[in-house]
Design a protein around this ligand. Structure first.
Ligand SMILES: Nc1ncnc2c1ncn2[C@@H]1O[C@H](COP(=O)(O)OP(=O)(O)OP(=O)(O)O)[C@@H](O)[C@H]1O
Length: 705
């Protein structure tokens, strides 16, 4: 690596080398180092070209000074002056190149935002988050502004120092240290204050950004949890999680960057332009013509590269999706011996992303080459024009030095404004996506409405003329004028063909959806007028085919049904659910961790914990949606025993495939195509010889096979 950055002019390379080798000392940034090394290589070749140009300029200036009537400056003096000017310019050039590359190469997803795809950015929502941080934010803005003002002053001070040295060299007085001490100390003081201001505003902005992001995350999560089930049918979980993570992260970064760098860049650009004009209106005129053209061209190429980068990242995401799916369903992949096929799929997507990234790399390389040439030309042009002005006594060398430093600052600021603009668009689009869900009101509000006192709650449910289509399939009517009465403390079973609408009945009772028409009554009251959190939390217990447990202890999972339950209540619920025996056989007992989604438990064990979780809230109505259909015969027997106990004294709605489990139900309803087509007890339906007896016959025949 050292070999790479060694060059014929150690004085030129040393600032670059020090910038580069300060990087590896930070852990985990080796990869950045290699990128920077390549930038240094580009900058070095540019610097060498620049070096030879300066040598030519130097000899021309010598000749011109010799011809100059006043002989304003000695050749030694000018050489002394141009050295630091050159170093400053080349190191700033290096920073610019590295900065451009970093922006294009950065790993955050870049999106092209079209007007149609962008949800509206709601400033008033942002204001709600920023308001509590207003004091800290104002302080940060003031400090950033102060640091930017000092940044304008510093080139002027440098120029003044150079003029002092030049004058002493010209007059050959030798002892210029004394005269330089004052301004140099002032300059050092300015550096110190600038450092303090910079640290101050970065700390404040970081705090503001983190707090705003944390508040946003909490509010968005709360808003997502408030949404009804139809919302989750329509939106993928991964995308929702993305809004909580990547979008808020992107918004936070943009927010911090745009405020800190945006303020600094705009102040510096304006301030430095004023300084440039004060130093030399003629040179400023030249800069005003050339710079915007270059920045505009750079922005155009930059946006094209971003588009390439977005496509490449989408391809990487596609490849990751293939790997994610294969690893997530590894048991299925192995069961079907499909490892080779998955590998081929993954390799195909990875190769495509590799090709796209190579194209992106080529684009970046061309962009860097062009920007190097353009920047060098500007520096060269300024030195030529400035040299002419010096030889005409219209400009001092110190002024040229100040001009070069200030014009580099302008250049850098304009470049960073164009980068910031892209960042701002990304931040706004991420923010808009976050705010879209923040202001979303669920169509079924969780709170509000009445409650029936526990002692007078009977648990009678009436489905009256219910018609329903899922919001994601508006034209497809799943329930058609559906009527059913669940008498208090009775067990009603629904059976029938797959897709007939059985689970939909249970979902409507839970108010996961509201019917398109018709009413569901609880003890004669429309359930839409009742408090939903009370209805779900205390009245209805729900157990389905695939109980989902949380990755915590058994105790916490059972307590999920009633957070305030005592240990004794948890133990009692587990006994009712036939779970106490197996739980206490574990070394950790109720503190046993169940693994992700209950992965360390058998199907029957998970189901019994789910039953305990439902029973602990002592619900008046119990809904069992194929609660035993995924179990083997032995597990089913144990779970069924628990369910028989659990259903006593409650209104129960059972949805079942295995007809053996519902024979003792008070009423069995056969559903077909969104309607009840047969109803009666097991014996009544058998004697009728209709669909039910047909189902029983088929099931018995299947069991005999
Ligand atoms: N979330 C949903 N969004 C859109 N359509 C759905 C949704 N859930 C179910 N459906 C559709 O509604 C119809 C009834 O589904 P439902 O789950 O109620 O039937 P089911 O009788 O319980 O079937 P199974 O016995 O196979 O569980 C089906 O056509 C199904 O495709």
């Amino acid at each position: 690596m050292m070999q790479l950055i060694c060059c014929s002019r150690p004085g030129i390379c040393s600032p670059l080398r020090s910038q580069v080798f300060s990087v590896p000392y930070k852990a985990g940034v080796q990869w950045k180092l290699s990128r920077r090394i390549s930038s240094v290589t580009c900058a070095r070749s540019s610097s060498q070209q620049l070096g030879s140009a300066v040598s030519r300029f130097w000899s021309l200036t010598q000749r011109s000074i010799r011809r100059s009537p006043k002989g304003a400056i000695t050749p030694r003096g000018l050489k002394f002056l141009l050295g630091p000017a050159f170093l400053t310019v080349s190191s700033r050039l290096f920073c610019h190149v590295a900065h451009c590359q970093e922006d294009v190469n950065n790993n955050t997803p870049i999106e092209v935002v079209t007007k149609d795809s962008l949800p509206e950015f709601k400033w008033h929502i942002l204001w709600e988050f920023v308001k509590p941080q207003l004091f800290a934010l104002t302080c940060a803005v003031v400090l950033a502004f102060g640091a930017a003002i000092l940044n304008i002053q510093i080139p002027l001070m440098l120029g003044h120092l150079v003029n002092v040295v030049a004058r002493h060299l010209r007059d050959n007085t030798g002892n210029y240290i004394g005269e330089m001490r004052g301004p140099a100390l002032k300059l050092l003081g300015m550096y110190g204050i600038q450092g303090l201001l910079t640290s101050g505003y970065i700390i404040l902005l970081s705090r503001v950004g983190e707090r705003v992001a944390a508040d946003m995350r909490k509010t968005l999560f709360a808003s997502l949890l408030r949404q009804d089930v139809a919302f989750f049918d329509a939106n993928k979980t991964g995308q929702l999680v993305n809004r909580l993570t990547a979008d808020i992260q992107e918004f936070k970064s943009s927010f911090k960057l745009v405020i800190s760098q945006g303020l600094r860049s705009v102040t510096q650009t304006v301030g430095c332009f004023v300084s440039l004009y004060v130093i030399s209106p003629k040179l400023t005129g030249l800069t005003v013509v050339v710079l915007p053209c270059l920045v505009g061209a750079g922005a155009l190429i930059g946006s094209f590269l971003r588009k390439l980068s977005r496509l490449a990242q989408e391809q990487v995401a596609k490849a990751t999706g293939v790997a994610d799916e294969a690893l997530g369903n590894v048991r299925t992949v192995k069961a079907f011996a499909m490892e080779e096929r998955e590998l081929q799929l993954y390799a195909y997507e990875v190769d495509k992303s590799c090709e796209m990234n190579e194209n992106l790399g080529n684009g970046i390389a061309i962009f860097q080459g062009l920007s190097n040439v353009a920047l060098n030309c500007i520096v060269l042009g300024t030195i030529f024009a400035g040299g002419t002005l010096i030889s005409n006594n219209e400009l001092s060398p110190g002024d040229l030095m100040s001009f070069l430093v200030a014009s580099q600052t302008v250049q850098r600021s304009l470049a960073s404004i164009s980068i910031l603009f892209g960042q701002m668009v990304r931040g706004i689009s991420s923010g808009a996506r976050v705010f879209e869900y923040l202001s979303l009101q669920p169509s079924i509000p969780l709170c509000g409405g009445g409650r029936i006192p526990h002692h007078s709650l009977m648990g009678r449910v009436d489905f009256m003329n219910i018609s329903f289509s899922y919001p994601t399939r508006p034209g497809h009517e799943v329930l058609k004028k559906f009527n059913l009465m669940l008498p208090p403390s009775k067990t009603i079973a629904i059976v029938g063909e797959s897709g007939g609408g059985k689970s939909t009945v249970a979902a409507l009772l839970e108010r996961f959806y509201d019917p398109s028409s018709g009413v569901i009554m609880l003890d004669g009251l429309d359930i839409r007028t009742l408090d939903l959190s009370w209805l779900r939390g205390q009245v209805i217990g729900f157990i389905n085919q695939e109980p989902v447990l949380f990755g915590s202890s058994i105790m916490e999972n059972i307590r999920f049904g009633k957070p305030e339950a005592t240990d004794a209540e948890v133990i009692e619920a587990s006994k009712q659910a036939n779970a106490y025996g197996f739980i206490t056989s574990f070394p950790e007992g109720f503190n046993t961790l169940v693994g992700e989604r209950g992965a360390t438990l058998s199907g029957g064990q998970k189901q019994r914990i789910a039953i305990a979780r439902a029973l602990i809230k002592n619900p008046s109505i119990l809904v069992l949606d194929e609660a035993t259909s995924a179990l083997d015969a032995e597990s089913e027997r144990v779970v069924q025993e628990a369910l028989d106990r659990a259903t006593r004294g409650r209104t129960v709605l059972i949805i079942a495939h295995r007809l053996s489990t519902i024979q003792r139900a008070d009423l069995i309803c056969v559903m077909s195509n969104g309607r009840i087509v047969e109803a009666g007890t097991h014996l009544e339906l058998l004697s009728k010889g209709g669909i039910y007896s047909d189902l029983i016959r088929r099931q018995r025949a299947e069991e005999k096979k």
